[in-house]
Design a protein around this ligand. Structure first.
Ligand SMILES: [Zn+2]
Ligand SMILES: [Zn+2]
Length: 263
């Protein structure tokens, strides 16, 4: 069984945990160590339990706390060459350079690093496999490329970016250049794009979807849940909303998509 928890999700900081019985992986850390410790405490995780930190890309909401937290955890950092050249991990103790679109194992979890279209040097997102379970983490991408769509097929649980409602972004407070960046092909997924990815999966839609990286200015949980309503009714998919302030507590997903709170 794989479990997933979010320590926080959004443009002010991201950190996601994926764990088997034996192995605990942290994906990104946009929080300073002290804040991370108190947030981990809320979901009953000891920082020393973290076996490795996987970085998706060098934007500060994902990498800001990685070097310090890896020291505190005594855990190695996995990142692509491009992410490493950003200079944001200078001073980090143990770094493992990974290749985009490669597969590797950490403990008893198999990891695939998937290339995504985003405005960073060499961004990847991840799919995790353990026993019969497949869990995907997918945020910070401007569009769903054919490569991404294929790589995330068959996930039992998918943490997926629902960054913005396009109409709210257009009439919202961001300057024009930022609006173009966010909505561009190397920016962030809007609600319709995320829904389109799920609908393209047809029968193999994940049993559980975690809506994540939801913009506080240009989106709302209500907008996402209204959009997902028909798909939820049709597929009985479970949807959980990851928030900036709290993330969400441990969730496990078996093959049938049942959700149970573990911690
Ligand atoms: Zn981000
Ligand atoms: Zn980013």
């Amino acid at each position: 069984m794989l479990r997933v928890a979010s320590v926080g999700s959004g443009s002010k900081g991201n950190a996601t945990l994926v764990a088997s019985e034996e192995t605990t992986l942290l994906i990104d850390c946009g929080f300073p160590t002290r804040e991370m410790l108190s947030r981990l405490d809320q979901i009953n995780v000891d920082i020393a339990d973290i076996d490795a930190i996987l970085v998706t890309h060098e934007h500060s909401d994902h990498i800001g706390g990685v070097a310090a937290v890896s020291k505190a955890a005594g855990a190695p950092i996995y990142a692509t060459h491009g992410t490493l050249t950003s200079g944001k991990l200078v001073g980090a103790r143990t770094i493992v350079e990974i290749e985009s679109d490669s597969e590797f194992a950490i403990g008893d979890i198999e990891v695939t690093a998937i290339t995504v279209p985003h405005d960073a040097k060499e961004p990847v997102q991840y799919v995790f496999k353990h026993a019969a379970q497949r869990v995907g983490v997918l945020t910070d991408l401007g569009m769903v490329s054919a490569h991404v769509q294929r790589a995330y097929e068959g996930c039992d649980l998918l943490l997926l970016e629902f960054n913005h409602d396009l109409a709210m972004l257009r009439r919202g407070p961001y300057p024009a250049a930022l609006k173009r960046r966010v909505s561009g092909d190397f920016g962030h997924l809007n609600n319709d794009q995320a829904l389109g990815m799920l609908e393209a999966m047809g029968e193999s839609v994940p049993g559980t979807v975690i809506a994540a990286h939801i913009s506080e200015q240009n989106n709302s949980v209500n907008a996402v849940s209204a959009l997902l309503g028909p798909l939820i009714q049709r597929t009985e998919m479970n949807v959980i909303y990851a928030t900036q302030s709290q993330g969400f507590d441990w969730i496990s997903s078996d093959a049938s998509g049942a959700v149970s709170k573990v911690a």
